[in-house]
Design a protein around this ligand. Structure first.
Ligand code: ADE
Length: 244
C-alpha cells in the first residue's frame, strides 16, 4: 500500500511514521508512507495556500490550486504488472463521516490512500466536490488541524495489513472487529498484592477459557457500550449471561 499525506506540517509525521509498528511496516516494505508539503505547489510568489472567503466573514479558506496540483503530481501507485489504481483521496474534517473500525477495514484493502490535512477555517468547496472521494471525522470535537486525525486513521489501517502485526490473531480478536469490546487480559504474577487472576484462566482448559472470554466481552460491552449490542443476534447462552 502507498499512503501520501498532504500537509503544511510534514515534520509532525516524522516520529509516527518511523516508530513502533508503523516504522516496522515501512521497513518491511508493506507500506510506503510519504508526506507532501503542498505549500511547494503554491502558484504565487508569496507561497500562500489560503485566501479570504468570497462573501466575507472571518477565517481563511484553503485555495484549490495547490491541493489539486499536489495530488495530481503524486506518482501513480502500481503493483507489478497491474494498471495504476486511482487513489482514494481522503479529506480530514469535523464534517466528515464518523471514522470506525469498519471503515479502517475497508480502506485496508485499497492500494493507494491520499490524505489532505488542513489547518484553516475551511477548504474551497471545489476541493470537496471535484478531488476528494471521502471525508472523514475522528469524532465530534474540533482539532487545530487534520494531521492528528490522519495519523489516527493511518495507524488503524496499517495495523490491519497482512504481515504488520506479529500475532495475526490480535487484529481479529481486538475490540470492534468482533463487534464487541475486548475481554480482560492478565499476565504473571498470578497474585499481585492481594489481587488474583481469575481461576478460569489458570485452568488450562481451552474451551472454558474461550467461553469465559466471550462472556466477559459481552458483559463489558453491555456495561460500557450497550449501543454495540443493539440489533445483534444473541445466543441462548449469551442471553442468560446478560440476565444474570
Ligand atoms: N480536523 C479538525 N477536527 C477534526 C476531526 N474531529 N476529525 C477530522 N478532522 C478534523
Amino acid at each position: 500500500m502507498r499512503i501520501d499525506v498532504l500537509t503544511l506540517f510534514p515534520e509532525m509525521f516524522d516520529g509516527v511514521f518511523s516508530s513502533s509498528i508503523l516504522g516496522k511496516a515501512r521497513d518491511k516494505g508493506i507500506v510506503s508512507l510519504n508526506t507532501v508539503n503542498f505549500r511547494e505547489y503554491s502558484n504565487n510568489k508569496h507561497n500562500t495556500v489560503d485566501d479570504y472567503p468570497y462573501g466575507g466573514g472571518g477565517g481563511m479558506v484553503l485555495k484549490p490550486e495547490p491541493i489539486f496540483a499536489a495530488v495530481e503530481a503524486l506518482p501513480k501507485h502500481q503493483e507489478a504488472e497491474e494498471v495504476p489504481t486511482q487513489p482514494r483521496v481522503i479529506l480530514m474534517c469535523p464534517q466528515g463521516k464518523p471514522f470506525s473500525q469498519k471503515i479502517a477495514e475497508e480502506l485496508s484493502s485499497e492500494e493507494h490512500l491520499v490524505f489532505i490535512c488542513g489547518h484553516y477555517e475551511g477548504y474551497d468547496e471545489r476541493i470537496r466536490q471535484y478531488l476528494v472521494t471521502d471525508e472523514l471525522s475522528i469524532g465530534d470535537y474540533v482539532l487545530t488541524g487534520g494531521e492528528l486525525p490522519a495519523m489516527v486513521v493511518i495507524d488503524s489501517v496499517v495495523r490491519l495489513l497482512p504481515g504488520v502485526l506479529g500475532n495475526e490473531m490480535s487484529a481479529v480478536t481486538d475490540s470492534f472487529s468482533t463487534g464487541l469490546l475486548e475481554y480482560p487480559h492478565y499476565t504473571r504474577p498470578a497474585k499481585f498484592r492481594e489481587w488474583e487472576v481469575p481461576e478460569m484462566l489458570l485452568s488450562g482448559h481451552h474451551e472454558n477459557v474461550k467461553r469465559w472470554r466471550r462472556k466477559e466481552s459481552i458483559l463489558r460491552t453491555l456495561e460500557r457500550r450497550p449501543d454495540l449490542l443493539e440489533g445483534r443476534e444473541l445466543t441462548k447462552e449469551e442471553k442468560v449471561w446478560i440476565m444474570e
